[in-house]
Design a protein around this ligand. Structure first.
Ligand SMILES: [Zn+2]
Length: 156
């Protein structure tokens, strides 16, 4: 069995469109070289980690080598190629979105649905948790939001 973990944090910006889990949502977006999708960035890093393939920044550095505002869905598709995703089965994925800004409860169904399509797996294998920080720190003050993802995979 293979296990991978991912962590990400981005600062919120009212000038950016909010992307999360590959969905365009209402609310303040994230400052980033890419579209700033913290959920997909942690998913990419968890996938890469499970297969010992370094990290997302190795393939998509935050400089001119990577197209500005690149879609994280495109990055995920590239990661799936890098790890030869078709050779593996996903056992389960557990995600925590740590945010005082984004209400996971209200968008969970849509997020799970979209991730199951992107990864071609059953929705029952995906869990998404929302966590506020009870107003503590830069996440609590709505300056930033973070995400953690853990994935378990097996050889197909
Ligand atoms: Zn990121």
């Amino acid at each position: 069995m293979l296990v991978g973990i991912g962590f990400d944090i981005h600062r919120h910006s009212n000038n950016d469109v909010l992307y999360l889990g590959g969905l365009k949502l209402d609310g303040p977006g994230f400052e980033a070289h890419s579209d700033g999708d913290i959920l997909l960035h942690t998913l990419c890093d968890a996938l890469l980690g499970a297969l010992s393939k370094k990290d997302l920044g190795h393939y998509f550095p935050s400089n001119s080598e990577t197209p500005e505002k690149i879609s994280s869905v495109e990055m995920l598709k590239e990661v799936l190629k890098i790890i030869e995703y078709k050779k593996y089965n996903v056992n389960n994925i557990d995600i925590i979105v740590i945010s005082q800004t984004i209400n996971i409860e209200s968008i969970r169904t849509k997020l799970v649905e979209n991730l199951s399509v992107l990864l071609n797996i059953d929705e029952s294998k995906i869990n998404i948790k929302g966590k506020s920080t009870d107003n503590i720190g830069m996440i609590g003050s709505k300056e930033a939001s973070a995400c953690q993802t853990i994935i378990s995979m097996s050889y197909a």
